[in-house]
Design a binder for this molecule. Structure first.
Ligand code: SF4
Ligand code: SF4
Ligand code: SF4
Length: 333
């Protein structure tokens, strides 16, 4: 079911006025427990800091999960290149396997600047999850989407089908090295998982906590129960005549951007600056387009087969390894 802006404001606005909590079923298209507001009227890019505090907090929180690739990474067929960010870990101005959120800067004609924290939108019906041939992504009850670094082959299908091209690949790590390093995969994909472990423990995501510590009640990042967040966003849209992004795009997401500047103007600026990460307003989920739906069914059919072959080969190799070890031990005794 496609969600319209009117639906969003109606449902969220009704909740705001009545104080009534509307169930996911009543809301129709809304899924997941939590959502986030990213308020561009408040974010100043942490101009007084050497690094935006949300970015710093994310890197600190996730550094134990950052990839450590094997040396001498090999290209894999049919490509003649591989994606290696391991020597560029300090890059802050884009998404990388070592930087899961970054702050984009847009300059307007009147000299005004808009700072846009960018990370996974955690879509309601995420094509990255549905179209991963290896079933390495999941949509969690909390509303976040998560990539399993144990199952990911790094084929980058998730990035191809993500309208914002969010997941980023690191070669030289992951399952593909154990199966067919020259012919399949290419690494592991990395992206924001909405601090999966923290939110399950009832904590705020690290980036949200960092922004709130700096800006207090004027925090630019607000995380909470979806209905509360929707009501808050809808209330601000109405009372301050703000523009909203993320409510309908790609079939709806759990990230709501608020801005005084229309997103059409932001998108135009991003395009004219040849930015890689855009904010088009009219994004329709590939799962809702007929020809892509056909692709979805193909993947839906092929995925388990590929996964089964891969699992079989992997288990075979593991068996081979353990029988060699056993033989070796027998010879030693
Ligand atoms: S979201 Fe908050 S922490 Fe991040 S750059 Fe903006 S003001 Fe700073
Ligand atoms: S923003 Fe992209 S990577 Fe994130 S859930 Fe949506 S489709 Fe997937
Ligand atoms: S929610 Fe967690 S993983 Fe996502 S950008 Fe914020 S700190 Fe990083």
């Amino acid at each position: 079911m496609e969600l319209t802006r009117r639906d969003f404001l109606k449902v969220a606005g009704a909740a705001a006025v009545s104080g009534k909590i509307i169930s996911a079923e009543e809301a129709g298209a809304f899924t997941g427990r939590y959502a986030t507001i990213i308020d561009l009227t408040r974010c100043d890019g942490c101009k007084d800091e050497p690094m935006p505090l949300c970015v710093k907090a994310c890197r600190e929180e996730n550094k134990r999960r950052f990839p450590e690739p094997v040396k001498d990474i090999q290209p894999y067929w049919p490509h003649k290149f591989y994606e290696d960010w391991s020597k560029k870990r300090d890059v802050l101005n884009t998404l990388t396997p070592y930087n899961w959120i970054f702050v984009q800067k847009v300059s307007l004609d009147d000299g005004q600047k808009v700072f846009i924290p960018r990370r996974c939108m955690h879509c309601d019906n995420p094509p990255c999850v549905s179209l991963c041939p290896f079933g390495a992504l999941s949509k969690e009850r909390e509303g976040n989407t998560v990539i399993s670094d144990k199952l990911c082959f790094g084929g980058a299908k998730c990035r191809d089908v993500c309208p914002w091209h969010i997941p980023q690949r690191q070669a030289g790590v992951g399952l593909y090295l154990k199966i067919m390093p020259k012919y399949a995969g290419g690494g592991v994909m990395y992206k924001c998982d909405l601090c999966n472990e923290r939110i399950r423990e009832g904590k705020q995501p690290a980036c949200v906590e960092a922004c709130t510590q700096r800006l207090k009640e004027k925090t630019a990042l607000i995380f909470g129960e979806r209905q509360t967040i929707m009501s808050l966003a809808a209330g601000r849209v109405r009372s301050e005549k703000l523009h909203l992004y993320g409510d309908t795009q790609n079939g709806g997401t759990s990230t709501f951007y608020l801005s005084q500047v229309p997103f059409g103007i932001i998108e135009e600026r991003l395009r004219s600056g040849k930015e890689k990460f855009l904010m088009a307003e009219n994004i329709v989920s590939p799962l809702e387009k007929a020809h892509d739906l056909a692709k979805y069914f193909i993947f839906g059919t092929v995925a388990p087969v590929i996964a089964a072959i891969v699992a079989f080969m992997y288990k075979g190799k593991e068996r081979e390894k353990s029988s060699k070890n056993a033989t070796h031990e027998d010879q030693e005794t």
